[in-house]
Design a binder for this molecule. Structure first.
Ligand SMILES: CC(C)(COP(=O)(O)OP(=O)(O)OC[C@H]1O[C@@H](n2cnc3c(N)ncnc32)[C@H](O)[C@@H]1OP(=O)(O)O)[C@@H](O)C(=O)NCCC(=O)NCCS
Length: 162
């Protein structure tokens, strides 16, 4: 299988939103997210990326089919819930690029696409003049009954990338 990563900006974002909404719902249904999303909500949530200056979606395409994507936007354009933990610690959202989410269909994992998502978003952020990026992760107790057997946390991957 040949997968191509493409950095999508403003006008290129809108056409992929329905595919990205479906992908988010199916990937984030799993542990540790356990997220019960609806297409209507997802499309509204994601529509912000098409309208936000500096936002980016990196799409992973197998031919024309979107099989993965990663999003990002200047932190000062993000929802207050995302900004608050930074302002609460004296960090200025205007200086930070927020690496929002990465989703990839399970069949395509473990081939370096996740690294490609970070590299492409970091390159986009650097081109806009940012020197710092941040993201958040979902924390759940290790004893949670819905924890999938054999789940490998992504912390080593994130730590290795700095
Ligand atoms: C996060 C995600 C996009 C990573 O994509 P990926 O293409 O599989 O990642 P890569 O192949 O680039 O591998 C990244 C690292 O994770 C490790 N990894 C690979 N498969 C893994 C797995 N099943 N579980 C945990 N880590 C794995 C790799 O060993 C690699 O580490 P390395 O650099 O030390 O070799 C993908 O796992 C995913 O969609 N997960 C579900 C959604 C999610 O958790 N998103 C992140 C938060 S929004």
């Amino acid at each position: 299988m040949t997968v191509t990563l493409k950095t999508l900006r403003k006008d290129e974002i809108e056409p992929v939103l329905p595919q990205l909404a479906r992908l988010r719902i199916s990937v984030f249904r799993d542990w540790p997210y356990l997220y019960d999303g609806s297409l209507d909500y997802e499309e509204k949530y994601l529509a912000r990326y098409a309208k936000t200056p500096g936002a980016v979606i990196v799409g992973a395409f197998d031919d024309d089919v979107l099989i993965g994507a990663a999003t990002g936007a200047p932190l000062d354009t993000e929802l207050v819930e995302f900004r608050k933990p930074f302002t609460g610690h004296g960090l200025l959202p205007v200086e930070i690029f927020y690496l929002a989410e990465s989703v990839l269909e399970p069949a395509y994992r473990g081939r370096g696409i996740g690294h490609g998502f970070f590299e492409a978003r970091e390159a986009h952020a650097r081109a806009l003049g940012y020197q710092r990026a941040a993201f958040c992760a979902v924390l759940r107790p290790a004893t949670h009954p819905a924890r999938a057997a054999g789940y490998r946390p992504l912390d080593p991957f994130w730590t290795k990338r700095g």
